[in-house]
Design a protein around this ligand. Structure first.
Ligand SMILES: Cc1cc2nc3c(=O)[nH]c(=O)nc-3n(C[C@H](O)[C@H](O)[C@H](O)COP(=O)(O)OP(=O)(O)OC[C@H]3O[C@@H](n4cnc5c(N)ncnc54)[C@H](O)[C@@H]3O)c2cc1C
Length: 459
């Protein structure tokens, strides 16, 4: 009897989680993973720190390499292979060898599509010029880092002001460049409330980053060699040595669509809670699929590495005969923007308004730890809560504080847990949280934020 075969397309967060879980449950099966580049199982989240030079070599981002997977897990990774077609009737995946070899035909019993996302580029004249970069894959990171190392540019224009754009601003600034962020109309970090992002704008100013807001970008201007030399705005030209497009990403559902699988209107591959596509033998996970938002109950596309790993594991579990499900997300995010840590979970005010909630908000600023532990001196953390007036339930939370306090990243997780458990502000106010002077004020910021929010709800 032939061995059972599991094929995975994409070997990063979701793909390698799926392959590893399948292998653990089915030690005798054949597991093949197709990846269209050199690197596998790496943390894209660390790419800004690779470009900045904080992470010296790309292998510093690699969790396990292809040799580890082969030798320790008996998972075969076909690197530099592009899956070009899925034939669901024949249960076959075709893959092209990008180094020039022959086409490979992989038969599967179960398949997982973990193709991730690709950068969403604005449709503007000149987007394809030389020295206009994106940052998505390890290979993108290497191209960008080599360019910076070799050309030593003085000026960069970053298009887009989401978390990746801002993390890259810090990376380029660390490399000694003059950094300009060009942002179309709307606020920076749009998943935060405007009063919170004001603090981030102030931080960018202090760190010497030029922020061009409300920009209408008309295209990019080339020099004689076809390299970008300026960003053309409605009212002026902005000269630059190179451009980074940090304008978001789109789910890569192309293969799934061509194979006749159901694809949602937002481009994500349709899956059920078991991560199963419209074909029961084909699973999909990670940035190529969406998620259910546990606050609104609606389908959303909020791609995150943590989600991709969990979904991949669940796809591998179910493909190997198990029974697990991915319930959803609450949209939690944390990011380092120079000396600040910015974090959020749940709904922002504008999202709560769009969902029709009758909500109110309250904001506090409170020290991250007790004044009785002065080394380092306590630093304020600003905490904003968004809550439903009718039920008293938390709808969302946002926190900003100095990076060195480290207190923002973990505290937002308490709010995320509260959201996932549909807790009211009153219940949050009764949480039994830890206290010791180096770590927390006597009443933790979470409890004080809830106490103040409760008063607001009662008025
Ligand atoms: C700069 C940056 C910073 C980030 N920071 C964070 C963070 O701090 N926290 C967080 O939670 N998330 C972060 N993310 C998001 C996170 O990296 C992604 O959510 C995660 O990588 C998704 O994993 P994935 O396996 O679904 O997809 P991907 O990482 O996109 O991997 C899919 C892989 O499949 C390959 N592939 C696609 N099609 C084919 C094909 N036909 N044949 C062969 N191979 C194919 C792709 O080239 C890609 O390498 C960040 C992302 C970036 C780019």
């Amino acid at each position: 009897m032939e061995k059972e075969s599991f094929v995975v397309i994409g070997a990063v967060a979701a793909g390698m989680s799926a392959a590893s879980r399948f292998r653990r449950n089915k030690p005798e099966a054949e597991v093949n993973v197709v990846q269209n580049g050199e690197y596998v199982s790496y943390g894209s989240c660390g790419l800004p720190y690779f470009v900045s030079g904080l992470v010296k070599e790309l292998k510093g981002l690699v969790v396990y390499d292809a040799t580890f997977f082969k030798e320790k897990r008996n998972i075969n990774i076909l690197r530099w292979h592009e899956a070009t077609k899925i034939d669901p009737d024949a249960k076959v995946v075709l893959a092209r060898n990008l180094k020039g070899g022959s086409e490979v035909k992989l038969s599967y019993d179960k398949l997982a599509i973990c193709t991730g996302a690709f950068p969403s580029k604005p449709e503007l004249p000149g987007t394809e010029l030389k020295n206009i970069f994106v940052i998505r894959t390890a290979e993108d990171g290497i191209i960008l880092r080599n360019f910076v190392d070799e050309e030593a540019p003085n000026k960069v224009a970053i298009i887009g002001a989401g978390p990746i754009g801002l993390e890259m601003a810090e990376a380029f600034s660390m490399r000694g460049m003059e950094v300009t962020i060009i942002k179309r109309p709307g606020s920076i970090l749009k998943m935060f409330d405007d009063d919170m992002t004001k603090m981030v704008e102030e931080e960018l100013k202090v760190k010497g980053v030029n922020l061009v807001k409300n920009a209408i970008i008309q295209g990019f201007e080339a020099d004689g060699e076809g390299k970008v030399k300026a960003v053309i705005l409605a009212d002026r030209r902005h000269e630059t040595n190179f451009v980074l497009l940090a304008t978001g990403s789109k789910p890569d559902s192309r293969l799934a669509k061509e194979a006749g699988l159901r694809v949602n209107t937002d481009g994500t591959i349709a899956v059920n809670e078991r991560m199963q596509t419209s074909n029961p033998d084909i699973y999909a996970a990670g940035d190529c699929v969406g998620q259910k938002h546990l606050v609104t109950g609606k389908d959303v596309y909020i791609p995150r590495g943590t989600t991709a790993n969990k979904q991949g594991r669940i796809a591998g579990e179910n493909a190997s005969g198990g029974s697990d499900s991915f319930d959803g997300i609450v949209g939690t995010l944390v990011s380092k923007v120079f000396d600040l840590t910015v974090a959020r979970t749940g709904l922002s005010s504008s999202e709560a308004a769009a969902e029709g909630y009758d909500f109110t908000t309250s904001t506090i600023s409170h020290p991250d730890h007790a004044f009785t532990y002065p080394n380092p001196e306590p630093e304020d953390i600003t905490t904003k809560l968004i809550m439903d007036k009718k039920t008293g339930k938390l709808l969302g939370a946002q926190m900003i504080g100095k990076h060195k306090t480290m207190g923002v990243a973990k505290r937002i997780d308490v709010f995320a847990t509260a959201l996932q458990n549909r807790m009211t502000i009153k219940e949050i106010n009764t949480l039994d949280l830890s206290y010791s002077p180096p770590y927390s004020p006597f009443y933790d910021n979470i409890l004080i934020a809830a106490e103040v929010a409760l008063k607001k709800l009662r008025t």
